[in-house]
Design a protein around this ligand. Structure first.
Ligand code: FAD
Length: 454
């Protein structure tokens, strides 16, 4: 039996942040990580020549102060996502160039404008730390986001465009999430002084996709792992957690640790799969089990150079109907060599395409890229996919999306400590829930909770 002050389960951004804070406060900490790497839902893909591109979480933006500050502290710089030139809207076999963040769909735009204004108004009524106390919490939690959009708008265009955005944001669609959850999620697109808005969530310049991290977002976790110097134990899935008096016992397949406190920093659905003694409170077990992941894959094609830039395109595109991917970004390294296009294949499209033969899917993704930026997209020098649903220690992505009734019935249990066990993870943050910034915030909060509980 190994002894430490605190065991942290999970070496994603949340767990590593908690471990870093607790170590700085003088506590003896060990981090147990199931995978043979740190970073969790952030993952750098090696492009050769010392270049990388992200296969998981990657963008950050204004009001995501905590992940940006952490990156700075560990010496990871940011660079602006590529925005020079026009984006492309692909719909009904046509590709139209546009500027800004909203695709130029004349039939959908009036409805979309009304829906976005209304969402922003309603989101301001949600208490971020207790959405179940919102004035109409029960009513808003009893309908899906989709039902509300259908009710608020006249045609189907606005719903289609919202679903295009949610394909990557939820790995799902508006039918998967309750209205209350969706409003609360949007209300969290800000910080303590700046209220969240739809625009900040979907925007590139001035929004959540404004920056990328030089050296890839996983570098932040790798740097913290180095700082923790031997305190991160890889390849060690935690199978059981037992609490007895003033100690907590944490078991992996091979070893056992005893600690005064434990921070569990794994996705909620995976926390529910750990064997607990005593059992988790039934409400917390039910909540974590019902915080199901969306389905998301990233598809990336590498070219000798970002040829679309010379044609006045910024590599961003939105695809409505018929394409395996919902949106596309220029994912080239900061110096633009090589050129990389990245497409999100998520939600309903994931269910259609994930089971198709890889060659068929690759061809369809490249055809979509070509529809936006031209035929050279059909001839990449490399192509790769990262499917987060098939990852044993994630099982979906990018975040957990509660359906109707979950927040009002079980929401207050989300962060409630279970004896000497505290919770962290992107799903445990009020601001930027489901994002890297939320993960870092939750790790900081969990560390404070442990120190306050001593
Ligand atoms: C494709 C994709 C794109 C995304 N894009 C963005 C983006 O652009 N911007 C953004 O901010 N966010 C994005 N996200 C979300 C972001 O990556 C996550 O919110 C964040 O990285 C989560 O960090 P975390 O520490 O909470 O959880 P995780 O990163 O999931 O870390 C949990 C860790 O726990 C480990 N673990 C699980 N179970 C056990 C166990 N039983 N024992 C031991 N270890 C265990 C896992 O292996 C993992 O390392 C994206 C996510 C995906 C998948």
């Amino acid at each position: 039996m190994r002894r430490s002050d605190v065991v942290v389960v999970g070496a994603g951004l949340a767990g590593l942040t908690a471990a870093r804070e607790l170590t700085a406060a003088g506590r003896d900490v060990v981090v147990l990580e199931a995978r043979d790497r740190v970073g969790g839902r952030t993952l750098n893909h090696d492009l050769g020549d010392g270049k990388v591109v992200e296969a998981g979480g990657q963008f950050a933006g204004p009001t995501q102060d905590h992940v940006l500050a952490l990156a700075k502290q560990v010496g990871v710089e940011t660079f602006p996502a590529y925005t020079q030139g026009a984006s492309v809207y692909v719909h009904g076999g046509r590709a139209r160039r546009y500027r800004g963040d909203i695709p130029p769909d004349p039939l959908a735009l009036p409805d979309l404008g009304i829906a976005m204004r209304r969402i922003n108004q309603l989101a301001r009524k949600i208490p971020l730390d207790a959405p179940w106390r919102a004035p109409k919490a029960r009513a808003w939690d009893s309908v899906t986001f989709e039902s509300w959009i259908r009710h608020t708008t006249a045609g189907s265009g606005a719903l289609d465009l919202v679903n295009v955005l949610l394909g990557s944001a939820f790995g799902g669609s508006a039918a998967d999430a309750s209205l209350l959850y969706s409003l609360w999620y949007i209300a969290g697109f800000g910080n303590e002084t700046t209220p969240g808005t739809v625009e900040r969530g979907i925007g590139v310049t001035g929004g959540a996709q404004e920056f990328r991290f030089t050296g890839g977002s996983q570098l932040i976790s790798q740097r913290i792992g180095d700082e923790l110097d031997g305190r991160v134990v890889l390849g060690t899935p935690v199978r059981a957690i037992e609490q007895d008096g003033d100690r907590v016992t944490v078991r992996s397949d091979e070893d056992t640790w005893s600690a005064r406190h434990v921070v569990v920093a794994v996705p909620p659905a995976l926390a529910a799969r750990i064997s607990w003694r005593p059992l988790l409170p039934p409400q917390q077990d039910a909540l974590f089990s019902r915080m199901a992941f969306g389905a998301l894959m990233k598809c990336e094609a590498v070219y000798p150079e970002p040829f679309w830039r010379a044609d006045g395109l910024n590599g961003q595109a939105v695809f409505r109907h018929g394409s395996p991917i919902c949106s596309m970004f220029d994912n080239s390294p900061p110096d633009g060599e090589p050129g990389v296009l990245m497409g999100f294949l998520g939600g309903p499209q994931w269910h259609t395409w994930a089971t198709r033969p890889p060659r068929e899917r690759r061809a369809a993704v490249l055809r979509a890229f070509a529809a936006a930026v031209g035929k050279p997209a059909l001839q990449p020098v490399a192509y790769f996919e990262q499917d987060w649903v098939g990852e044993e220690w994630t099982r979906g992505g990018p975040t957990s999306v509660p359906g109707t009734g979950v927040l009002t019935e079980l929401g207050p249990w989300r962060d409630r400590p279970f004896g000497r066990v505290h919770w962290a993870g992107a799903e445990h943050s009020d601001h930027w829930n489901g994002y890297m910034d939320g993960a870092v915030r939750s790790g900081e909060t969990a560390a404070r909770a442990v120190l306050g509980h001593e």
